[in-house]
Design a protein around this ligand. Structure first.
Ligand SMILES: [Zn+2]
Length: 371
């Protein structure tokens, strides 16, 4: 989304009529569900209620599978850009909730899907840093993937210049069991080994439209860890119709392909299909590829046969302002919780906002995958 589109979106958020608020409370009453219960989440998607402040976030009712004592949770923070620039209270609410519920969730890792900030400016990066400091101080390992908005002047992706490394440093990655970077003191491309009840896992976080050298490096890292399951996170990979970004095939018919941004002028940029061909499809241990970036309805899922016939789940999630339906407050604080159950060989995808204290239970936001 460019700055003009962004201003249009924020204007529409500000103009949301208060009448809608009444509709929400009426529909909640009509369901007869207890306030703040997990069931309440199946109501109509109308989003402009003022955020309730939960005094004790560890009372949040969780889906039954999260309390079975078996699984572990990977949390995903999709595009937080409009929180960083406009609704600064939302972002730390997300990370504070994750920290407060770390034990209940058996939270093992938090991955950011990119577009951390909107305009690559100092005040925004301070908001992001403060939000991630909460995870850091609670000993929770996390990764940050850069999106187009994290780069260049006003987030225009005219270059790969970012203020990310002025605010978040290698020190913040020390909660991972082990980690490494593609370039010294630059967090844009990183790998992490982190502990789960099912043993250590590998997560590889890649920059926006990764360069060829980055994909070569990623190939080496995943090969060196071939005996453990790997998850890859990168900002722009899957489109909202469940196809991978593919510049020769679809061009600008798929909006916001990395090849359509100024930094692609030098040619060293890879989109979803290229990342698949040059990296993902070559490894039998990559189980998931997670991305954000795309507006429209902000969701997508593609299961592909990877090396040795292993299924690779590729999942798009994005809730930022501009995604339909608009959930207010720059995305309403929605994030993904991926619950892995190693015995059942499943991953349950859930969508929760600690800002609204609500879950989205529509099937594209709440589904179970066989691993
Ligand atoms: Zn983006």
């Amino acid at each position: 989304m460019n700055r003009k589109e962004f201003l249009k979106v924020t204007a529409s958020i500000a103009a949301t009529p208060t009448l809608v608020r009444a509709a929400v409370s009426e529909s909640t009453e009509a369901t007869g569900a207890a306030p703040n219960s997990y069931v309440r989440t199946s109501g109509p998607e109308i989003w402009s209620v003022p955020p309730p402040v939960r005094e004790n976030p560890v009372n949040t009712p969780l889906p039954p599978s999260f309390t079975d004592g078996e699984g572990w949770t990977l949390a995903l923070l999709p595009d937080t850009q409009i929180y960083s620039i406009e609704y600064q209270d939302v972002y730390p609410r997300q990370t504070a909730w994750l920290a407060a519920n770390r034990e209940r969730l058996n939270l093992c890792f938090v991955a950011h899907e990119g577009d951390i900030v909107h305009g690559n400016t100092h005040p925004e990066w301070l908001v992001a840093k403060n939000a991630h400091d909460i995870l850091f101080k609670h000993g929770i390992p996390f990764s940050l993937s850069t999106g187009n908005h994290d780069l260049g002047n006003w987030g225009d992706a005219s270059s790969r210049q970012t203020l990310l490394n002025d605010y978040v440093t290698e020190r913040h990655y020390r909660n991972s069991a082990r980690f490494g970077l593609y370039e010294r003191q630059r967090l844009e491309n990183s790998w992490h080994r982190f502990k789960t009840p099912g043993g250590e896992k590998l997560l590889v976080s890649l920059e926006f439209g990764p360069r060829n050298g980055v994909l070569e490096w990623a190939n080496t890292i995943v090969s060196e860890n071939a005996s453990i399951d790997a998850i890859v996170v990168t900002h722009a990979y899957l489109y909202s119709d469940g196809t991978r970004y593919d510049w020769p095939k679809f061009g600008r018919a798929q909006k916001w392909n990395p090849h359509g941004y100024p930094l692609a002028a030098g040619g060293d940029v890879n989109d979803g299909q290229e990342i698949w061909d040059k990296f993902i499809s070559r490894h039998a241990n990559i189980r998931m590829v997670l991305s954000g970036h795309v507006l429209n309805n902000g969701t997508g899922h593609l299961a592909s046969n990877g090396k040795d016939g292993r299924t690779v789940h590729q999942i798009l999630a994005n809730y930022q302002g501009g995604v339909k339906p608009d959930r207010g407050f720059g995305g309403g604080g929605f994030m993904r919780l991926v619950r892995f159950n190693e015995r059942a060989k499943t991953a349950e995808i859930k969508t929760y906002s600690p800002w609204y204290d609500r879950w989205i239970t529509a099937p594209e936001h709440d589904f179970t995958l066989n691993l």
